[in-house]
Write a protein that binds this ligand. Structure first.
Ligand code: SF4
Length: 279
């Protein structure tokens, strides 16, 4: 296919886009033609079909727009497939080294206290490579929001298991599934972060169905509002599909998330001290 033909197809995809709104309750959700969040400059992306990360990113930008914080949002991205969205979003994006996004965001927030500061990281980036960074930021009660896109796999670099991969879960290079004796147990990162004294709001959402997408969107808004009030550190973990890394059929990935992953990483609000002074 020539480059011109490829551009034509991309253009057609954008022109005929039909999307499901996520800013209303699932029962009220309707299909809306050509509905593009304010902060999305380019709708087309190059992530795998069925990947959950675009839905999570979209939910975050919708919440930012809803709060009227577009002009003063500064985001810090880790390393992962989602990094591609730095070219799609009309929002300040800083690129951190592996695992270091919470520390970079801390510096940004301290210099620009009026900014809405969020990090976006994957589980390999945050939990394997930079666990101490997020825990120390939570312990200090930094007024930032850390968003974790958790799919239990190093999707960008070939499908290795991560610290959050659940027992029995298969990945591209662990076809027998995670084994506790050989690979260790999964880290429940939201529960660990919630145990830090400076953590004011911690929640775990998912993007495998419309109900969970709507709930995750409300969690993101709650976390940003927590930051805006200065209550303390806020954290939203979002379970996302990675059919490529999981080695499952694309259309089976949402059910796989519900049946295999969410049984260990349970969706819900883990800690909520909004309105109280975090100490
Ligand atoms: S490898 Fe996984 S996380 Fe990366 S774009 Fe593909 S589906 Fe998404």
């Amino acid at each position: 296919m020539t480059e011109h033909e490829h551009e034509e197809i991309e253009h057609e995809r954008i022109e005929h886009r039909v999307v499901l709104r996520t800013d209303v309750a699932p029962d009220d959700a309707t299909l809306v033609d050509d509905f593009t969040p304010e902060l999305v400059d380019v709708g087309a992306h190059h992530l795998c079909p069925g990947c959950g990360e675009p839905i999570a990113i979209r939910s975050a930008v919708e919440s930012i727009a809803e709060l009227g914080a577009i002009e003063r949002t500064i985001s810090v991205f880790g390393i992962g497939c989602y990094t591609a969205f730095s070219n799609n979003l009309d929002v300040e994006v800083l690129q951190a080294l592996h695992g270091r996004a919470p520390s970079l965001a801390t510096g940004v927030k301290r210099m620009r206290p009026d900014a809405l500061v969020l990090t976006v990281q994957g589980d390999g980036d945050m939990v394997n490579e930079g666990l101490q960074e997020v825990l120390h930021a939570a312990a200090r009660g930094e007024r930032i929001t850390c968003v974790l896109l958790n799919n239990g796999v190093f999707g960008e670099t070939g499908g290795h298991i991560t610290s959050t991969t659940v027992l029995g879960q298969r990945t591209k290079n662990t076809l027998d599934g995670r084994d506790a004796e050989r690979d260790g147990h999964p880290i429940l990162i939201s529960d660990l972060v919630a145990s830090m004294g400076g953590a004011a709001y911690v929640a775990r959402g998912a993007v495998n169905d419309a109900g969970n997408v709507a709930r995750t969107r409300r969690m993101l808004t709650a976390a940003f509002e927590c930051q805006e009030r200065g209550d303390g550190f806020s954290f939203v973990e979002i379970l996302t599909m990675c059919p490529t890394g999981w080695f499952v059929d694309t259309h089976d990935a949402p059910d796989y998330l519900a049946d295999v992953i969410a049984g260990t990483h349970q969706v819900g609000v883990v800690k909520d001290t909004r309105g109280e002074a975090a100490s």
